[in-house]
Every structure is written in structure tokens, then in C-alpha cells.
Design a protein around this ligand. Structure first.
Ligand code: XUL
Length: 529
């Protein structure tokens, strides 16, 4: 590789944007870019990056390809491109891409005189990729659970009970209802391994954290589980997935000459396994035991690093393989109703204005009010709709409607606190907040009070793509240096303390946990399937 500073590129194909972060050898961020799907690619008609048809939620696969064309065109103008040593990154978890034979051929023969979109436009057996917001595979989930002896048995085997968005159940739905398209599919990628495949010019394997988001991988051995594959996609699914999941810290191969000729990447630039957005976030924060990440993005997620022995699969949380510790785990809670639902409440009760929303958060107390806000079909718990209770009684609306602002934020964090305690016996010592809404100090104050823990924030907002650039560097070390050691060699910016809890308020929240559980159960029990 040419002499000069070494750079590492992290990409993040998230729900709403394709982002990238370039960092140097000292882990300092030198460049960030983003292509926003709704804004930059309006011809696809997505809303927040997706197309929703009831419970079916998809994104156009070729939109992602076009976003890559745009992003690389922008990167070409920067001076760093020829010194990028490695590329890794993240994808929104669970989403899947269905390559046709034609698509695989086009991928092998990418021609630098044309765009990626021109060459891959008819490369997919279906043109809409199911994404993580989809909730249309309940039947397939129950069927997979029944195969192995119930939800807990599936969680023991794969780390999670059957979840609608998990790729195995999405594949099963296609196998059951669109057999022609299924048969036309040569290979299936996840969103993460899809980008890696494009960069390599051939099928890339998923990494083990991504395998954990499929309901198809054995969470202990990190291998595809044959009986689950057969059940979801018949005898051909193993071939369609192509390769067993891999661990981080390896190089999959060099970048395809297409990117060298068209954009000026160095021919020795290595492509490393891509991971999920949540595991990439965990990497970017270099999580230690006792750290708890609360990521407030399109989805809200809670992430913890669990060492072997401290991790137990449950039917409420996800146990996933760890991106840099092959014997460790990432514990995760995922809520679908995150930022978009808070925004919805802001629009309804605070004139669409965050300052007004924050003022209401400060001024209003929700003491005798509790609300459950599931604009979209929620994952934890499996419920939909908006439910309000005042003095323990169901009400259409609170006597003071502006209390909804406080009630939604409290309710989201109370749920996290309860579920985190059920997931692990390891006591959390601090919260690391990330995601768009982590910029809102009033929201973080409530988070800190509900958990009774200090809240810290990392510099920089694009944690998943930063995690990708760290994984890119980790891969260039070819397993000769442990991830922790790589991180120790650099002067990292310590996360900044942004809130300390008011413990009196924490006690008041603790006193409301039983009521929260009781009312939430009432909401769940009244769901009609
Ligand atoms: C995690 C999940 C979401 C997506 C969002 O299981 O479904 O957090 O990864 O990008």
C-alpha cells in the first residue's frame, strides 16, 4: 500500500441512510458522509427509508445499490481514498437480499465504466427486501418454535425465540408463499453481508452476530443449524446462504477491481466481515462488563456485553454472538417504537417542536398517569396501539393531554429497566447513550433517573459506522492483536458524563414498577391477534 497515513472506512446501511466514517490509525474521525434515502433518492417513494404495507415492511434493494453509487462518488473527491487499508461496516439487522443467478454473474464481472445500479438492476429475484420493521411472519415464528419444542427451546438453541423480523422466518414466508421467486434465488445475503458482497464482487459470509439475528444459527457453535434451515427453506437453503458465519478480525479478500478503477481505492484494500448496526455500536463504545448502551435511534435498543457464563437466553431479550469476543455475547433488547414514536407524540402535543417537548418534559409530572405507546407493532411486548391509564384506570386521554410527552419517555425507559434486570444478573454501573435522541439532554435526565445510573455520551453520533471503521482496522491486524489491545494502544476520547441521577426520583420510579407491569400485562392481554 502507498506510504502515508493509513485510513479505515466504516459503512453503515441503516434504515434511513447509508452513512460512512473514515478514521485514521489513531482512531480519529477524518470524514463522515451520508446518503439519505428519502431525500437523496426520492424516486423510490420511501418514508423514513421504508415502504410499509400494513405489517409488511420493505426497502427497495436497488435503492441501497444507488446509495452506494452516490456515496462512493462523493468519497472519490476526498484525498483519503487511495490510503484506505480496510473496509468493514454495519447493516440494519435481519433484512435480506435475494440474489438471482444473473445478479451473481453481474457481481463477478463488474465493469468500471458503468454504475453499480446499471449493472445490478435486474440482479435480484425480488426487488423489495424485507427489513427489520416487518411483522408479517407470526405463523412462521410459531412453526419454527414448535419444531424444536417451544419458544424457550428455540431461544436456547439460537439465542432468541421466534421473532417476525428474524431472517429465517422471512425466508420461510418466501419459501411458503413465493416459491417461484425462492427457486430463482441463487444466494441470500443479509443487509450487512450484502454490502460486503458488492465490495468483494462475490458472495460474502455473514458474521456470527448477524447469524444470531436469523433464528437459524446455533448460538454456541456459530454454525447454521441444519434442521432449522430445512424447515425454513428446504434442502436448498444451505447452498443459498452459501457460507458458514465467520468471526471478526479476519480479512475476506481484497476489494473488487471495479472500485479501484472507478473510484481510486488501493488494490490491496481489504474487505472485512460486516456486522449488524447494534454490534457495530457495541464495538465503537468498546464496552466493558457493567456498561449498558442505550441507543435511541429509529429503533431503541439496549446492549450489554455478557461474558460466557453470565449469559442466559430468555424469551424476551436477544442473546447474540459478540463481534470481537468469540466466546462472549451481546445481550440486546430491541424496541421498534423509538424515535419515530417520540416524534409522533412531539407533533401531536408539542407543535412539532423539540424545545416545547423538552419544556413539557421539565414541567410536567406524570405521577398518576401511565401510557404505552406502540404506533407500530411493538416487539417488546408484542402489542400495538396507544393505551393510557390515569390513577390505574384506562382513559381515552389524560386530563392534561400534554402529559403524554412525559409519559412516553418514562414508559419507554421503565420498560428497559425492567427487562434489563431480567436479562442479566450483572449490575450495570453506567449508561452510555447514543443515537439521534441522545442529543436531547432532557430525555437523558429521565433515563438517568429511571435507572438510577450516571449517563455518559461518546463523541460523534455515527457509532455504527465508527464501529465499522474499527472493525476494518481490526481485520487488517489478521488476529495478531486482540481487539482490546488494539483499543488500548490508542488514546481514546473517554465518554463524557452528561447526567447524574437524582436518587429520590429513582426511588419514585422504582415504586411504580409493579404498576407498570400490571398495566402492561393488561394491554398485552387485550391484543387481538
Ligand atoms: C435489532 C433490530 C434493529 C435494527 C435497526 O434486532 O431489529 O435495531 O437493527 O437497524
Amino acid at each position: 500500500m502507498t506510504t502515508g497515513t493509513a485510513y479505515y472506512l466504516g459503512l453503515d446501511l441503516s434504515t434511513q441512510q447509508l452513512k460512512c466514517t473514515v478514521m485514521n490509525d489513531a482512531h480519529a474521525i477524518v470524514l463522515e458522509e451520508a446518503v439519505n434515502f428519502d431525500r437523496d433518492l426520492p424516486e423510490f417513494g420511501t418514508k423514513h427509508g421504508a415502504i410499509q404495507n400494513g405489517d409488511v415492511v420493505t426497502s427497495p434493494t436497488i435503492m441501497w445499490v444507488k446509495a452506494m453509487d452516490i456515496l462512493f462518488e462523493r468519497l472519490k473527491k476526498s484525498s483519503v481514498i487511495g490510503n484506505i487499508q480496510g473496509i468493514s461496516g454495519a447493516g440494519q439487522q435481519h433484512g435480506s437480499v435475494y440474489w438471482s443467478e444473473r445478479g451473481m454473474k453481474a457481481l463477478h464481472q463488474l465493469d468500471a465504466s458503468k454504475t453499480l445500479a446499471e449493472q445490478l438492476s435486474d440482479g435480484f429475484a425480488i426487488d423489495q427486501s424485507p427489513i427489520w420493521q416487518d411483522a408479517s411472519t407470526t405463523q412462521e415464528c410459531r412453526s419454527l418454535e414448535n419444531l424444536v419444542g417451544g419458544p424457550q427451546a428455540l431461544a436456547d438453541l439460537t439465542g432468541s425465540k421466534g421473532y417476525e423480523r428474524f431472517t429465517g422466518n422471512q425466508i420461510a414466508k418466501m419459501y411458503n408463499t413465493r416459491r417461484d421467486a425462492y427457486d430463482e434465488t441463487k444466494h441470500i445475503s443479509l443487509v450487512s453481508s450484502f454490502i460486503a458482497s458488492v465490495l468483494l464482487g462475490r458472495l460474502a459470509p455473514v458474521d456470527s452476530p448477524e447469524g444470531s439475528g436469523t433464528n437459524l444459527m446455533n448460538i454456541q457453535t456459530h454454525k447454521w443449524e441444519d434442521k432449522l434451515l430445512k424447515h425454513c427453506g428446504g434442502d436448498s437453503l444451505h447452498d443459498k446462504l452459501g457460507l458458514e458465519p465467520v468471526e471478526g478480525g479476519v480479512e475476506l479478500g481484497k476489494i473488487h477491481p471495479f472500485f479501484v478503477e472507478r473510484y481510486g481505492f488501493h488494490p490491496e484494500c481489504g474487505i472485512m466481515p460486516f456486522t449488524g448496526d447494534n454490534s457495530a455500536t457495541l464495538v465503537s463504545m468498546n464496552l466493558k462488563e457493567g456498561d449498558c448502551v442505550v441507543s435511541l435511534g429509529t429503533s431503541d435498543t439496549v446492549l450489554v456485553y455478557l461474558k460466557q457464563g453470565a449469559a442466559k437466553a430468555t424469551t424476551e431479550a436477544h442473546l447474540m454472538a459478540h463481534p470481537t469476543d468469540p466466546t462472549g455475547f451481546m445481550g440486546m433488547l430491541c424496541y421498534k417504537n423509538g424515535s419515530l414514536t417520540r416524534q409522533h407524540i412531539r407533533d401531536q402535543y408539542a407543535h412539532g417542536d423539540w424545545d416545547e417537548f423538552n419544556k413539557l418534559l421539565q414541567e410536567k409530572s406524570a405521577k398518576d398517569c401511565m401510557g404505552f405507546y406502540y404506533s407500530m407493532q411493538e416487539i417488546i411486548p408484542f402489542a400495538k396501539g396507544i393505551y393510557r391509564f390515569q390513577k390505574g384506570q384506562p382513559v381515552e386521554e389524560f386530563a392534561d393531554p400534554s402529559i403524554n410527552v412525559r409519559a412516553i419517555v418514562e414508559s419507554q425507559f421503565l420498560s428497559m429497566r425492567i427487562r434489563l434486570q431480567r436479562m442479566t444478573t450483572v449490575e450495570s454501573k453506567r449508561i452510555l447513550a447514543t443515537g439521534g435522541a441522545a442529543a436531547n439532554h432532557e430525555i437523558l435526565k429521565i433515563l438517568s433517573n429511571v435507572f438510577g445510573l450516571p449517563v455518559y455520551k461518546q463523541k460523534g453520533m455515527n457509532s455504527a459506522s465508527l464501529g465499522g471503521s474499527l472493525l476494518a482496522k481490526y481485520g487488517t491486524l489478521h488476529g495478531k492483536t486482540a481487539f482490546q489491545d488494539m483499543m488500548k494502544q490508542q488514546q481514546a476520547d473517554e465518554p463524557e458524563l452528561v447526567c447524574e441521577p437524582d436518587l429520590e426520583s429513582t426511588q419514585q420510579y422504582a415504586a411504580r414498577l409493579d404498576e407498570f407491569n400490571r398495566l402492561e400485562k393488561q394491554v398485552v392481554d387485550q391484543q387481538v391477534s
